[in-house]
Design a binder for this molecule. Sequence first.
Ligand code: FES
Length: 527
Amino acid sequence: MRVTGTGHASMRIDTAAGSILCDPWVNPAYFASWFPFPDNSRLDWEALGDVDYLYVSHLHRDHFDAAHLKRYVSKKATVLLPEFPTSEMEDEFRELGFTKFLKTRNEEVVELDGGLKIMIQALTSPTDGPIGDSSLWVEYDGVRLLNQNDARPTDLSTFAELGHVHAHLLQFSGAIWYPMVYELPSAAKTAFGKQKRDRQFDRTWRYIDDLKADHVFPIAGPPCFLDDELWQFNDIFGDEGNIFPDQSVFLSEYAKVGGTNGIVLLPGSVTEVTTTGATTTHPVPVEEFFANKVAHLEEMRERKRPIIEAEKASWRHPEVDVLKELKRRVEPLLDESIYLAKGVGGPVRFDLVGYDGESIESIVVDFPGKQVRPYADEKVRYRFRTERALVEHLLHIGEVDWVNSLFLSCRFSAARIGQYNEFVYAFFKCLSTERLQYAEGWYDEHERAVDAEDITLGDWVVQRRCPHLKADLSRFGIVDGDQLTCQLHGWRFDLPSGRCLTSVGHKVRAHRVGEDVAVAQAAPPAS
Ligand code: FES
């Protein structure tokens, strides 16, 4: 089996029974903020796009690059579709001209022509990707590959049960706006960033250890930031709180925990994987490439500047009355929302900075009051500050997912009272009835699900499944004193009270070993 690195989360898999192109991403995403790193725009995409199968893991724009798919990927390719709850992905592919689809069933192995086998695991919580994320497992002639991508299943047993895996490709770097955009003192920002960076690596080691594949490939990030306004997010300043470590950092951190089987794929690198080994050729030596990272980024920045400028020029739509349009689009959704609105539990304020860079219009999405209105000098749950032009553009194009556009762009700053609130972001990625209804239904089911099984962790008896996304705490849970941390996403819980310290809601059931359960439940919450 041959794996060709094509940048970021993208690769082409070639076997004698057919080829699969995965997640080809070349054009900048999220308001021209993210670019693939290393640059992959000079690959021979005409040849790479001439494939038998196309797999896109999810609809995030650094995976689903509509312009590139339309221009470069053969419409004769059969699209391997994950089993997602909505038809959005298929609809988008059809709009681009694709007509051949293989609708996979979740976690079911499919044998394609010539003995090529695939299996796709679809994750479907509203917090997975835009509205779902997935991983692709491939087997041919005894060689097995898992393209885990940036999906975060609770464990990898579904894949491990299909036999020993030879190549495991997974995310290790950051792909979010936290903590950089938060209005925090820089020491706090660095501390939170460092915590996040460590957690990303811990999670990666855990997955690698789960599968014990012969070869491990760090993929799906980091992106690079070429706009001058965002340049500081590149991990080139020796900032230990930067959440975007690159593949060379992965190799050195992996070595510290004893990892010796890491393989970096640059765009154009080719690895031949067999059941007994792997040989890789690179377009340039990997060490030399990363030693020249800053020069590579600077050269890219100059070359891509016209693209960024052209995008920026397209964002302004002065004819859009933002307050009126937001009311028209968001208020019906607030009326429909039960779980998300209750979960947000307070007003969310948007400060929109005008074209002059100074005037500000403050608008509140009032979740308890179910309305969109001017800010009224009140306490708010979250405050976002961004350019008015960006919101004009979102309204102009009818964007239903502000996470997959505004928030991932990092072109905003944020402040909040209290803990992280996942419902805020879940709501703003569901600005259509179809998405909102799905998310509401999911939370409804999730809330009702009674997870009765308990496990013992140190001195504590806790529910087996994490209240966040049901990770098995016997594997992901770490108890330190009175605190439980679930390592899958790093959420922390105060065990005496059960209170989640990371996000609103999500209480965990817990009591001390030997303690009367009724006494534990009657204990007052920690302050
Ligand atoms: S499943 Fe996300 S923190 Fe536990």
